[in-house]
Design a protein around this ligand. Structure first.
Ligand code: ADP
Ligand code: MG
Length: 591
């Protein structure tokens, strides 16, 4: 939720109070410090999105600050451009560099990603230091200041407004971005993004978008820095500075945009105090604050993972929950195939994991408007079959046709686009996001608002329609009163039902449910069975994996039985329940 727009009165008071700072009889030194806090805030906000929200840790943001700063330095000193005019060029150089680095970096997983950022962070630093044209380690000096109508903004009191206006714009744009279709996709990157991918989010692209966005904010900070400092040299753009920026984001609160500003404030002021205090205490010169920052970082990661901003938020009035406009126009529906038409045809699908054949040349079909049960003992290959059908896994061999089209081996998001929605045996929700936001990810493919439209709020009409759909699906599965709770606060059985609502938001032609009734109470199971029957009546086809045989037998039209990866039987529930091979598979181990 947009922290600023949700509390307009508070925001107005803070803004007016803050804007009055330069008018107060404070020493210049203090105002300068606030200018630097603003510059760091821009980088920290980018890191909040990249690291805190998107889960990608970067130590290299200072390099992007450098690219912005050097671009403007070169253009103003060598080509005589006005500092105001160099901003597009700064955005361009930072954006291009970030896109190229991002294409390589965001695909790295685990520890390799932060290591990658350290590597290019160091490389760019040495590049600045070794290029003759950029003045090597001495850098470039004599940069012009910003000026308005011939009046140069040399004193910190006037440049304060320029910097903080840019910060304000960055905060609003970033909050808007997070509170949108694209923002949900970015937030869903946490925890692997497999679920997001299964609902049509191009996760690599979403990662690249945050990566470039964070870099652009750093580039803007560099552009401002160059003309406030009026000189550039490599040292403020090294990995040390990168670590400090990261500390700001982590300390402030890695999930909140304003946490970035808060973190930048705390770290900058602390650094200033420590720099004068520590050498006196220790009795010799040196950058001792780095040690304190190291300890601080470890402490935060140990004891306050969410950072300090959530603690501040607790002191403020809670923002109102996301509004659902029930009068918004419903999203368009996809035409469903006629009942009885062939929908899914699996032919000799095979999945091998090394020597293990998890799915062994399995064939079966599903007609439109049917509920087919896929049953079998644990480890029979049911979930693996789901993963083949939905593009999570690429089959070793075999054909999978959906509505006559080959889908075997297609990426999950393209199969989702054809109307295939699923739930996961091991629930994949973003625990910190509200239930309705999790469900809205299901409607990702039914919206089209992009990054720019989201930042500028041109997406509001579409967003209303998406949230209305999410709320309607939650109501339908009986979770209406849980709309605004964090998903992790629900019981596991209920979380499974949230996954069903999310799948329904895709407006599926085929719904794959992996053990949906596990963990539900008797009454809840009956509700679920009624819902599934109703969906079938509406023309939605369902493939169901479930261990509760009573549930399966009453609901399904057709059963496919797997054992050790092989199909051992199929037919009507009545026929299958008498099949000797099935009885053997289910009871064989027991008797
Ligand atoms: P079910 O859902 O029927 O209980 P699964 O499809 O989850 O069974 O698993 C079938 C077999 O494949 C099991 O022996 C399981 O250990 C194995 N398996 C599943 N996924 C993987 C994987 N990613 N890598 C290796 N083996 C796997
Ligand atoms: Mg399974």
């Amino acid at each position: 939720m947009n922290a600023l727009l949700a509390r307009p009165l508070l925001a107005a008071i803070v803004l007016i109070g803050f804007g009055a700072i330069p008018l107060l009889p404070l020493p210049d030194f203090w105002i300068t410090l606030w200018c630097y806090i603003g510059l760091s805030s821009l980088v920290a906000i980018g890191l909040v999105l990249l690291t805190g929200v998107g889960g990608m840790t970067s130590f290299g943001q200072a390099a992007f600050v450098g690219i912005g700063a050097y671009t403007s330095a070169v253009l103003t000193t060598r080509y005589g451009l006005s500092p105001w005019l160099t901003l597009p060029a700064c955005l361009l150089t930072t954006g291009i560099t970030a896109t190229l680095l991002g294409l390589v970096t965001v695909r790295l997983s685990g520890h390799f990603l932060p290591l990658g950022t350290i590597a290019w962070g160091i490389s760019i630093f040495y590049l600045f230091g070794n290029i003759e044209w950029l003045g090597r380690y001495d850098g470039l000096s004599g940069l012009p200041p910003f000026s308005i109508a011939g009046h140069a903004l040399i004193d910190s009191r006037s440049v304060f407004y320029v910097i903080w206006l840019v910060v304000l714009v960055a905060v609003v744009l970033s909050e808007n971005l997070l509170d949108s279709r694209t923002g949900r996709a970015i937030r869903a990157l946490r925890g692997g993004g497999q679920a997001a991918e299964s609902f049509g989010v191009a996760t690599h692209r979403a990662k690249l978008v945050v990566f470039v966005y964070a870099a652009l904010l750093a580039g803007v900070s560099g552009w401002l820095y160059a003309h406030v400092q009026r000189a550039v040299s490599p040292s403020p753009f090294g990995v040390n500075a990168g670590i400090e920026y990261l500390l700001m984001a982590v300390l402030g609160g890695s999930g909140h945009v304003l946490g970035g500003v808060f973190g930048a404030t705390v770290v900058t002021i602390l650094k200033d105090h420590l720099q004068s205090l520590l050498p006196k205490l220790i009795g010799s010169d040196g950058n001792f604050e780095t040690i304190v920052f190291g300890i601080l970082m470890v402490g935060i990661l140990q004891f306050a993972r969410q950072g300090l901003w959530p603690m501040v938020l607790r002191l403020l009035p809670a923002p109102p929950p996301v509004k659902v406009d029930t009068s918004a126009e419903p999203l368009p529906r996809r035409p469903l195939p006629e009942a009885g038409a062939p929908l899914l045809a699996v032919d000799k699908a095979r999945m091998q994991f090394g020597g293990l054949v998890a799915v062994n040349d399995v064939s079966f079909a599903l007609k439109a408007g049917e509920i087919v049960g896929l049953i079998g003992p644990n480890g029979a290959g049911k979930s693996t079959t789901f993963n083949l059908l939905t593009g999570v896994l690429r089959p070793t061999a075999g054909s999978i046709k959906f509505l006559g089209q080959q889908v075997a081996g297609l990426p999950a998001r393209l199969i989702a686009g054809q109307g295939v929605a699923r739930t996961f045996q091991h629930v994949k929700l973003v625990g910190t996001m509200s239930v309705i936001e999790n469900v809205a990810i299901g409607a990702h493919l039914r919206g089209r608002a992009g990054v720019i439209a989201s930042m500028l709020r041109f997406d509001r009409a579409e967003e209303k329609r998406i949230l209305r759909e999410a709320a309607a699906q939650l109501e339908r599965v009986g979770l209406r009163e849980h709309l605004h709770k964090p998903a992790s606060s629900l019981a596991l059985g209920q979380q499974r039902v949230v996954e069903i609502a999310r799948a329904l938001c895709l407006d599926p032609a085929m719904l794959l449910l992996d053990e949906p009734a596990a963990g539900l109470r008797f009454g809840e199971k009956q509700q679920l069975a009624a819902l599934l029957s109703q969906l079938r009546a509406e023309g939605v086809s369902i493939l169901l994996v479930e261990h509760d045989m009573d549930f399966v037998m009453k609901l399904t039209d057709h059963l496919v039985v797997l054992d050790f990866g092989q199909k051992i039987a199929e037919g009507t529930p009545a026929a299958v329940s008498k099949n000797p091979a099935v009885l053997e598979a289910y009871l064989g181990g027991v008797t």
